[in-house]
Design a protein around this ligand. Structure first.
Ligand SMILES: *Cc1c(COP(=O)(O)O)cnc(C)c1O
Length: 376
């Protein structure tokens, strides 16, 4: 209840049950109450410390094999920086798609004129190693694979291990958009043969929006000099400047956001790391689904495909809630202190509720009571 008190003091009118930006702690927000010079050694040291902690989170097996490139902008900027900087002129990227974020990678490749093979399996099927093998048989000149870990469109947790390992056996460089999962689930990039993993400040690390980061196998990144199709989104240049100048960003860095992110990393560690956070998110998600099931709501995905980060629910049947309208439902919940997310798929009417951020099971229980009340 101490926690809710802090929320009241900060005058937050609602909890964000969205997959980022999400509800952050008061201490993360407080970390932004100071101005930092972007070229000062104290600030750059903070950036270096953040980079080394991210490497530790990404691989316990081989931390020295990895390095981190933070990039200004939202998460998509980091995805674009990666696709545009790592595939060479004669390369070809295979993207296994089952939602909007996979589709976005394809779109980025097309805009940048990077040869791309898109394999779209539809929004409610997981990707698989078998479909990758089949694609590679038809496109033996493919050099890169890109997949999304948690497809935030539906909440699907893709079985990336079988896919990245299969890609590695076929000699491909692997790129994983782990935007909405990194920090909220234990993973090891070395074990999974991931060369480039992308996430951002405002998802499971629980910072505020403002930058993304790419965790890269050092050797793979070193091969990317001069490949970029953009000046500001040149991953190699951004990395080289940061390495040579001890944590200096090439262009103005989001200093307040970086300071908040440092605090968020401290709090992730205090909580017990991705293992403990994964348990809390899973508990949140279970409380959410159980409570919603009690009110008659069905999830879009079966439990074995469902991530603990965000859940898509079908609209209620007309026989249960005769005149369900999402806008009124959304406004009612917002007035009760909860912001949820509209659906993002074409094949069914859904809405989504996030279970990440500084939220707990009791928040989910209060949400269920609010849903019950709003539906009348
Ligand atoms: C949030 C997210 C992104 C990036 O979205 P931005 O709006 O650019 O921050 C990319 N991929 C996935 C899977 C995401 O969840």
């Amino acid at each position: 209840m101490e926690k809710n008190h802090t929320r009241v003091l900060l005058d937050n009118p609602y909890l964000l049950l969205t997959p980022g930006p999400l509800t952050t702690t008061a201490s993360v927000k407080e970390a932004m109450l100071r101005d930092w010079c972007t070229w000062d050694s104290e600030y750059n040291g903070l950036v270096q410390h953040i980079r080394s902690r991210l490497v530790q989170l990404a691989s316990r097996l081989e931390p020295d094999a990895y390095t981190v490139v933070p990039m200004q902008g939202s998460g998509t900027f980091s995805v674009e920086a990666t696709v545009g900087s790592v595939v060479s002129q004669d390369g070809k990227i295979v993207v296994l798609v089952n939602g909007a974020y996979g589709q976005r990678i394809v779109q980025i490749a097309r805009v940048l004129h990077v040869p791309v093979v898109a394999v779209d399996v539809g929004e409610t099927s997981p990707i698989s190693a078998a479909m990758l093998e089949e694609t590679l048989d038809a496109h033996p000149d493919a050099t890169h694979l890109a997949v999304v870990h948690c497809e935030t469109t539906t909440g699907m947790l893709n079985p990336i291990a079988e896919v990245t390992l299969a890609a590695k056996r076929r000699g491909l460089t692997t790129i994983v958009d782990a935007m909405s999962s990194f920090g909220g689930i234990p993973l090891d990039m070395a074990e999974l043969s991931i060369d480039f993993l992308i996430s951002s400040s405002n998802k499971c690390i629980q910072g505020v929006p403002g930058f993304g980061f790419v965790i890269a196998r050092r050797e793979a990144l070193e091969a990317c000099k001069g490949r970029a199709r953009s000046l500001s989104l040149d991953l190699f240049d951004q990395w080289e400047t940061m390495e040579k100048q001890g944590g200096k960003w090439r262009f103005t860095s989001p200093t307040h956001v970086v300071r908040a992110f440092d605090q968020a990393l401290i709090e992730l560690e205090e909580e017990g790391g991705p293992e403990a956070r994964h348990i809390r998110y899973s508990d949140n998600q279970r409380a959410l689904v159980d409570g919603m099931a009690h009110l008659g709501f069905r999830t879009l995905l079966p439990p074995e495909q469902q991530s603990p980060f965000i859940t898509a629910f079908h609209y209620p049947h007309a026989s249960e809630v005769p005149d369900f309208a999402f806008p009124a439902f959304y406004e009612g919940l917002k007035r009760s202190g909860f912001v949820i997310y509209p659906g993002k798929i074409s094949s069914a009417d859904t809405f989504r509720i996030g279970s990440i951020g500084d939220v707990r099971q009791d928040d989910m229980q209060r949400l269920i009571a609010a849903v019950d009340q709003v539906l009348g």
